[in-house]
Design a protein around this ligand. Structure first.
Ligand SMILES: [Zn+2]
Length: 101
């Protein structure tokens, strides 16, 4: 088994070398595009842009708005608009490795 990639980058308040600050996991929690990764919300300390990122990408993430980084998970935008229904659905879609802990 591989070790979990927890080097403190997934803690709230972590700021990477590009000035991207970790604001914590999305609520409701979502699975990222990487295997067994949650989506975290990052905020650029330079322009204030918020976007989603895989937990495993946080340490190297660049701002998609002002640093030419990859576009973030745009699904964090809608998270307040679709209320409970989405929350339950997205929980059910989480892979077992995320829900079974
Ligand atoms: Zn920025």
């Amino acid at each position: 088994m591989t070790k979990r990639t927890d080097k403190g980058t997934t803690r709230i308040g972590y700021i990477n070398t590009h000035g991207q600050k970790n604001l914590g996991r999305t609520e409701p929690q979502r699975a990222g595009t990487d295997h067994c990764q949650y989506v975290y919300i990052l905020q650029c300390s330079k322009c204030g842009h918020k976007y989603g990122s895989n937990g495993s990408d946080i340490f190297q993430r660049k701002c998609p708005s002002c640093q030419g980084g990859r576009t973030g998970h745009n699904n964090i935008k809608n998270q307040n608009e679709n209320s409970k229904n989405t929350m339950e659905k997205s929980k059910m879609r989480l892979p077992r490795c995320l829900t079974g802990t």
